[in-house]
Design a protein around this ligand. Structure first.
Ligand SMILES: Nc1nc2c(c(=O)[nH]1)N[C@H]1C(S)=C(S)[C@@H](COP(=O)(O)O)O[C@H]1N2
Ligand SMILES: [Mo]
Length: 318
């Protein structure tokens, strides 16, 4: 794993925690997201100044997290459709066409359909969610996402009682995603999945932005999943399809290396990867001499999510 540190990136572990102080900034973000007309006006323009100063915070139990520098988060990405290294996707992903974008929602659901992204977003209130983000490769950061709970989208399309799992699929477009022409390492499109109770958990969000702006393409624009208590590979980017299923889908990484990457992929310091320990993590942007952080069970979200796994052997269901 090679990580470049740029001289321009400040050494301090904490930089610009994001606070939306200005109404202007959020309107800018909304415009960048393509949210215009009625959606923007009904959600934002009528709001009193008080509401702007008190911007909706999403469900985020750990209040005191400080965001990692935006430069690091935008320039250190895992996006295998574009590159197998962490630096090249930033430039390569700019070729991805993301407007217009639609999401197909099918399967065990009352209202299946192909939905325009603007229509989905116009029904949602965007909020900021400052979450820890921990990659299975044992590095971590803190990201101030902008998004909405996946549950509030699912509730609009009404999962049937038979829906036990949710499968997510990334765009398949080998013309703009060069590695999709090569299926030696991974099969495309990238697929991920959650159990329905995990999908409905208030910590699970769909993100459309970060750091007060539209989501950069290399970070999964225009729509990505974020599941903060699981390893980063579960947080699938550029989602075009959401399927409600009776049975667990086979996710991309589990399929390619079933002994290395389980379906659950809950962050767990006591369950090592076959080739490395998961007991600690390198905090991106923390500076060379800063000690590694002790990895926490469920990435620090045990109070919120441990109950989902109360009768499960987490070593077996890793
Ligand atoms: N479609 C897709 N989604 C993906 C990936 C990918 O390669 N393709 N990489 C995953 C991995 S391994 C991680 S750690 C996170 C990284 O998110 P970031 O690049 O925004 O930090 O995205 C996940 N989602
Ligand atoms: Mo990852």
């Amino acid at each position: 794993m090679i990580i470049k540190t740029h001289k321009s990136i400040p050494n301090s572990e904490i930089t610009d925690p994001v606070v939306f102080k200005q109404r202007r900034q959020l309107i800018k973000a909304m415009l960048a997201l393509g949210i215009t007309g009625s959606a923007m006006y009904s959600d934002f323009s009528n709001a009193s100044e008080a509401k702007w100063q008190n911007l909706p915070k999403g469900y985020q139990p750990k209040a005191a997290l400080n965001a990692t520098s935006a430069d690091i988060v935008k320039n250190h990405t895992n996006y295998y459709e574009f590159s197998y290294n962490k630096t090249d996707s930033t430039a390569l992903a700019q070729a991805l066409p993301i407007d217009p974008w639609s999401v197909e929602i099918i399967g065990e659901v009352e209202k299946p359909g192909v939905y325009h992204l603007e229509d989905l977003l116009s029904q949602q209130t965007l909020q900021e969610y400052i979450y820890r983000f921990r990659c299975v490769e044992a590095w971590s950061m803190v990201v101030p996402w902008i998004g909405f709970p996946l549950a509030s989208l699912l509730n609009k399309v009404r999962p049937l009682s038979t829906a036990q799992f949710v499968k997510f699929t990334t765009l398949l477009d080998p013309k703009s995603m060069p590695n999709q022409a090569d299926s030696r390492l991974l099969e495309w499109p990238y697929v991920e999945g959650l159990r329905i109770d995990e999908a409905m958990h208030p910590l699970t969000i769909l993100a459309t932005g970060m750091y007060g702006e539209a989501l950069p393409k290399q970070n999964g624009a225009p729509l990505r999943l974020v599941v903060p208590w699981k390893y980063g590979f579960k947080s699938i980017k550029a989602v075009v399809k959401i399927e409600l299923l009776k049975r667990a889908p086979l996710s991309t990484w589990s399929k390619s290396a079933p002994n290395d990457y389980g379906f659950y992929a809950n962050v767990n310091p006591e369950v090592p990867h076959p080739r490395w320990s998961q007991s600690s993590e390198r905090v991106l942007g923390a500076g060379f001499f800063t000690p590694r952080r002790k990895t926490e069970l469920f990435n620090g979200y045990a109070d919120e999510v441990a109950a989902l796994y109360s009768n499960m052997d987490l070593r077996h269901f890793f």
